[in-house]
Design a protein around this ligand. Structure first.
Ligand code: A8S
Length: 190
């Protein structure tokens, strides 16, 4: 798996993407952050997994099932109803697609309901490709996925607790996305 510090040409583009899409204004009662995941697989493959608003369980391991309840799952305004696996402090979440740009590789969704504590959660995911300079002049196409979020801090939690809860879930999701994409890329290469 590509490692977080494997950053040949990643830095300047990643920083530009963060400036452009992942710099959010936070109200005093909100928290947020951005996570960066390098993936050793081409952008098209990675994006084909990320863009499926109706099938988040393709790589998000805490999701048990997902149903599109409004729209077609690909256009702005579509709503999905997800149920999460047991053992988490939540059962369901209702989420709305805010933007899906297959050219810029940007997806935004917000949480509009459910029985959990992430009120006014909004997440932005972007993906961009870079050329990895391997040894012996072997170049390969890799992808950097960045996911950022903003969420309200519940009255009885600290910002730090809320941020680390969301970061833990997103971190698992992004590592799972990397694992699955890299496995698929391997299969395709053979
Ligand atoms: C995502 C990100 C998050 C999902 C959280 C943070 C969630 O699906 C889980 C547990 C909760 O307590 C909240 O991209 C909620 O899915 C796994 C149900 C929203």
């Amino acid at each position: 798996m590509a490692q977080p510090n494997d950053c040949d040409h990643v830095n300047s583009t990643t920083q530009a993407m963060i400036r452009l899409y992942h710099t959010h204004e936070l109200h005093p009662h909100q928290c947020g952050s951005a996570l960066v995941q390098p993936i050793d697989a081409p952008l098209g493959l990675v994006w084909s997994l990320v863009r499926q608003f109706g099938s988040p369980q393709a790589y998000k391991q805490f999701i048990k099932s997902c149903e599109i309840v409004v729209g077609d799952g690909a256009t702005k305004g579509s709503v999905r109803e997800i149920s999460v696996v047991t053992g988490l402090p939540a059962g369901r979440s209702r989420e709305q697609l805010e933007a899906l740009d297959d050219e810029a590789h940007v997806m935004v969704f917000s949480i509009i309901g459910g029985d959990h504590r992430l009120a006014n959660y909004r997440s932005t995911t972007t993906a961009h490709e870079y050329l990895h300079q391997g040894s012996a002049g072997i170049h390969s196409k890799r992808t950097v996925v960045i996911e950022s979020f903003v969420v309200d801090v519940p009255g009885d939690n600290s910002k730090e607790e809320t941020r680390s809860f969301a970061e833990t879930i997103i971190g698992c999701n992004l590592r799972s996305l990397a694992r699955i994409s890299e496995k698929m890329a391997c299969t395709v290469k053979v």
